[in-house]
Structure formats: structure tokens, C-alpha cells
Ligand binder design. Structure first.
Ligand SMILES: [Zn+2]
Length: 102
């Protein structure tokens, strides 16, 4: 989990943290004020991606194409923003269409 012990990113939503954290010194979950400590604590103790999240990752990767991808460093921020947005949209579509959570 790359957001663990990352004082710059909210452990729950990945946006910028507001400098507060939950957890222990070796395992801190920093959070933004929008998410707050309760959600941050839940995110801190979450395990791996669940089946819906894993399926969304696979679908977004498939949307990116089957060919090797080369991304210029200047285009990487836009690609990451696209992938994060598509991840959330794909999960919503999947669940709205009745996709089983397993
Ligand atoms: Zn947040």
C-alpha cells in the first residue's frame, strides 16, 4: 500500500493529506479533513483489493489496450488521472449492472 506512511497523501482518497494521521509510528495512515480519522482508520486496516476492485483494475487495463504502452513523462499525470477516474467509473458501472462483488 503506497499510501501507508505517506504523509503527503490521504490514505483513504489519495488526495493531499492535511497533516494528521492515525495508527502507530511504523504504520501511519495520513488523512485529509474531508475523509477524517474514522475513514482513515478503516483504510489503514484494509487488506488487499476486493474482487470488484480487482475486476475494475483489469477492465481499465484492458481499455488501455493490448499493446505495450510508452508514456512520455509529461503525459503521465494525465494518464494517471484518467486511470483513477476510469477505476471509479468502471466499479460504478459494474455494480450498477449487477456485477457480483465476488
Ligand atoms: Zn481523503
Amino acid at each position: 500500500m503506497t499510501r501507508l506512511n505517506n504523509s503527503h497523501a490521504c490514505i483513504a482518497c489519495a488526495r493531499r493529506s492535511d497533516g494528521l494521521a492515525v495508527g502507530r509510528p511504523q504504520k501511519l495512515g495520513w488523512f485529509c479533513l474531508e475523509c477524517g480519522p474514522d475513514i482513515a482508520r478503516k483504510a489503514l486496516y484494509m487488506k488487499n483489493l476486493d474482487a470488484v476492485e480487482q475486476r475494475a483494475c483489469e477492465k481499465v487495463a484492458a481499455e488501455a489496450g493490448q499493446e505495450p504502452i510508452t508514456i512520455a513523462p509529461s503525459e503521465l499525470p494525465a494518464f494517471i488521472a484518467w486511470a483513477v477516474k476510469e477505476f471509479a467509473e468502471t466499479m460504478r458501472k459494474d455494480l450498477d449492472e449487477g456485477g457480483a462483488p465476488f
